[in-house]
Design a protein around this ligand. Sequence first.
Ligand SMILES: [Fe+2]
Ligand SMILES: [Fe+2]
Length: 214
Amino acid sequence: MKYDVLMQPVIEFLGCETPKVWIDEALNNLDILMQDHANCEKKAASTAMNLMFRYSFFADLQVKLAQLVREEMLHYEQVLELMKKRGQTWQALSAGRYATGLRKEVRTYEPEALIDILIIGAFVEARSCERFYALAPHVDEELGRYYGYLLKSESRHYEDYLSLALEVANTSKLKNAKETIQQRIEHIRGVEKELILSSDDTFRFHSGIPIKAS
Ligand SMILES: [Fe+2]
Ligand SMILES: [Fe+2]
């Protein structure tokens, strides 16, 4: 497929690929998928904006995240537009377990807390990218084309979050910055993989194995 080269580092970064049973569930619940995807785009912008306020002393973080906020808000508008075009009405949808499950891992002291949030950001972006890639060949042409467009931005966001984590570790003079970051990546990778591969009773964009398939 056209995006194979772009996807290779993303797939290597993640601990597992999206299981086929999740794709089947998504195709049977496209309305929930699209609504939750819209929510995720808005949440991605909000998380990045919060970081910009909380860590206003990191100049590079400001620049990269300002761009990211703009892009996520654009994606949000685009998904809403697609929903409208398809006659899908807005519905209130609770969040799944994924973000909370990852946020639990954030340490309570700095700069480790910020580093963890950035690494988690990289995983969320990488997983979103991988899910668009996995879904694209199975959905209708319009949605498939749109997911192809989105996965390019999300793979860039994954790289941005990862390089920011390294940069924060280096500028805060964390001991053995590279090794420490690597260990943290491995830890979060395991937690993320478990959230994707364990059974989950609530279908969402980042949910695990649908309970009836497990
Ligand atoms: Fe996005
Ligand atoms: Fe993103």
